[in-house]
Every structure is written in structure tokens, then in C-alpha cells.
Write a protein that binds this ligand. Structure first.
Ligand SMILES: *[C@@H]1O[C@H](CO)[C@@H](O)[C@H](O)[C@H]1NC(C)=O
Ligand SMILES: *[C@@H]1O[C@H](CO)[C@@H](O)[C@H](O)[C@H]1NC(C)=O
Ligand SMILES: *[C@@H]1O[C@H](CO)[C@@H](O)[C@H](O)[C@H]1NC(C)=O
Ligand SMILES: *[C@@H]1O[C@H](CO)[C@@H](O)[C@H](O)[C@H]1NC(C)=O
Length: 291
């Protein structure tokens, strides 16, 4: 009888513990680099606010590195007059702009009140980037939370906005190619002033009268391989993980319809079409996103 009671108590304790774990706090999975005053959370700790003023911005990064999987977060961007302000949300192999880093970016470029945000995506391999695309969105990203996600395996990187794939970046699988698949990456976000280039090419400056500028986050989720030293871990396996399997090597037929609609309506800039910058098309531009 005493044993049964003990078991019941243990189960009760375990249940309350695991419930707490499900939610988790910011500090379990992230570290931040900003003044205390520039980072706030909601009372329950589930919503995070990053702010930028003329003195400082704010950023955070995951404590863990990952290699391959599905990475997602919901963001609500700075509203009102956000010209010059950039919210970056990205994965990178290191904390900093080192000369051999791999990186995959979403950058949200603010604008004057009522003018459209742009979303710029980019890919870096071994320190070299220049793979920009720019899209307009089909909603106002400052009004509500929307999810921004990456699917990453050794065949493709797909950038999603909500359920819609807006960009497909394929692996040519050539030696020394432009596809980041060797090194594990952290996930980061930050808010900063980029009024030297972000809005209308730098013509629109940040109006500091509107500071602080605040970006809001919730629902971080990863369904991917968490890196553990020593190398190698997180190898591609087509048998264990859905993100490595055949169906994740290309878009589904429904995703292709959405992607075609995005290509027709929302693309503002595509480096693959920029012959002034690239007289010779970069090699990955020859690959079809439809394969
Ligand atoms: C978040 O942190 C918890 C506690 O350290 C850990 O068990 C979990 O794997 C982490 N989640 C992710 C997605 O890294
Ligand atoms: C990566 O870049 C570094 C420095 O630019 C260079 O020395 C190295 O050879 C490159 N590695 C590969 C695999 O291309
Ligand atoms: C790349 O080529 C290697 C060797 O031919 C092959 O084993 C691998 O599956 C290929 N990877 C992709 C992503 O096509
Ligand atoms: C800002 O608005 C202007 C005018 O509508 C537009 O040309 C520009 O692409 C928008 N976005 C950025 C980031 O410049």
C-alpha cells in the first residue's frame, strides 16, 4: 500500500515536471546579447520582445547547434514607421561574420508607414554570400504572428512563410559547391539599424523619434538533429528522419502550386536573373526548383 502511494506521488510529480518542460523558458534554449532593457518577455515567458533604439539593438541565439531538419518560429514585425530597421532571423555556423561561415538568412526590411515590408533571403557558403532574393508578402507582417520556417536537408533548403514555400535552394552536389550542408548551425534573431541600405536602397533613414522598435517572437520549434560533439553526428539518414527522406527532397504537388503563385506574384529580385552582377549564372541557378 505504501508503495502504491509512493508511486502515485512520483507520477504526480513527474507529470507536473514534464508539463513545465513542454513550455520551456527562453533561457533553456537561447542566450541573448543585449542590454536587459532591450529584451522582455510576456508574463508567462512564452512571448519575447526585442527592441532597438539609437543606443542599442538586441539579438539572441540558440544554445544548441543543429544539422538538417525543420526550424520554425512565429514573428510579428515592427509596425508603423519601421524604415531602416531590419529584423534578421537566420541560421549560421558561428556567432559572428567569420570568413568561413555558412549561413541561411531571412531578413525583414522595414518601411515607412503603409509601404510594404520586403523579405530578403540569402545563403552563404564558406563566407561567400550574394545569393539574395527579395519578395513582397501577401499580408501585413506587423499585424499578426506568422511562421517563418526552413526545411534543410542535403538536397535542398526551402524557405517557408506560413505553409507557403517562397524559395527553393537546391544542392548541385558538385565538389566545393555552394550548398551549406557540412557544418551544423545555430539559429539566431536580431534587430538592428541598417538605414545605410535596407529601405529603398538606403534612401529612407530610420526615424529615431519612433524608437523603440520592437519585434515579437513565439513558438520556436525544431524537428531536426541536435548536434553533439564529437563530429560526425547528424549524418543524413534516409531511413530515420522525415526531413531526410525522399518526400522532403522536393516540393509536394500542392507546394508546387503555391510556389508557382509566389514566383508569378511576389518576387521582386532574384540574383539568378541579375546578369549585370553575374554575367555568368551561378551554378546552382541552373537547377530546377521543380525537381
Ligand atoms: C531546449 O532545451 C531543453 C533543456 O535544455 C532541451 O532538452 C531541448 O532539447 C532544447 N530544445 C531544442 C529544440 O534545442
Ligand atoms: C573556405 O574559405 C577559406 C578562406 O576564404 C579558404 O581558405 C578555403 O579553402 C575554403 N574552403 C573550401 C572547402 O572551399
Ligand atoms: C551527392 O553525390 C553523392 C555521391 O555521388 C551521393 O551519394 C549523394 O546521394 C548525392 N547527394 C545529393 C544530395 O544528391
Ligand atoms: C518600401 O516602399 C517602397 C515604396 O512603396 C518600395 O519601393 C520598397 O520596395 C519598399 N521596401 C523596401 C525595403 O525598400
Amino acid at each position: 500500500m505504501a508503495n502504491l502511494l509512493l508511486i502515485a506521488v512520483l507520477i504526480a510529480i513527474y507529470c507536473s515536471l514534464s508539463q513545465a518542460e513542454v513550455k520551456g523558458s527562453f533561457d533553456d534554449n537561447f542566450s541573448k546579447s543585449c542590454p536587459e532593457s532591450h529584451f522582455k518577455t510576456s508574463e508567462d515567458g512564452q512571448i519575447w520582445y526585442l527592441s532597438l533604439d539609437h543606443k542599442a539593438g538586441c539579438g539572441f541565439m540558440t544554445r544548441q547547434k543543429y544539422r538538417f531538419g525543420w526550424f520554425s518560429m512565429k514573428l510579428k514585425l515592427v509596425g508603423g514607421d519601421s524604415a531602416g530597421v531590419v529584423t534578421a532571423y537566420y541560421m549560421c555556423t558561428e556567432d559572428g561574420a567569420g570568413p568561413t561561415r555558412d549561413e541561411v538568412d531571412f531578413e525583414f526590411l522595414g518601411n515607412r508607414t503603409g509601404e510594404p515590408y520586403l523579405i530578403q533571403t540569402n545563403v552563404y557558403k564558406n563566407g561567400t554570400g550574394g545569393r539574395e532574393m527579395r519578395h513582397v508578402l501577401w499580408f501585413d507582417p506587423t499585424e499578426d504572428f506568422h511562421s517563418y520556417s526552413l526545411l534543410w536537408n542535403s538536397h535542398q533548403l526551402v524557405f517557408f512563410v506560413d505553409e507557403v514555400p517562397i524559395r527553393v535552394y537546391k544542392n548541385t552536389n558538385y565538389t566545393n559547391n555552394f550548398f551549406p550542408n557540412e557544418k551544423p548551425m545555430y539559429l539566431f534573431s536580431s534587430i538592428w539599424n541598417a538605414d545605410d541600405w535596407a529601405t529603398r536602397g538606403g534612401l529612407e533613414k530610420t526615424d529615431w523619434k519612433n524608437a523603440p522598435f520592437v519585434s515579437t517572437y513565439k513558438d520556436f520549434s525544431v524537428d531536426g538533429c541536435q548536434w553533439e560533439d564529437p563530429f560526425p553526428s547528424c549524418v543524413s539518414t534516409t531511413t530515420e528522419n522525415w526531413w531526410d527522406q525522399y518526400n522532403s527532397w522536393h516540393l509536394s504537388s500542392d507546394q508546387k502550386l503555391d510556389y508557382a503563385w509566389v514566383q508569378r506574384n511576389l518576387v521582386i529580385y532574384d540574383y539568378c536573373q541579375d546578369t549585370e552582377r553575374y554575367p555568368e549564372k551561378p551554378e546552382e541557378c541552373w537547377l530546377s526548383p521543380w525537381d
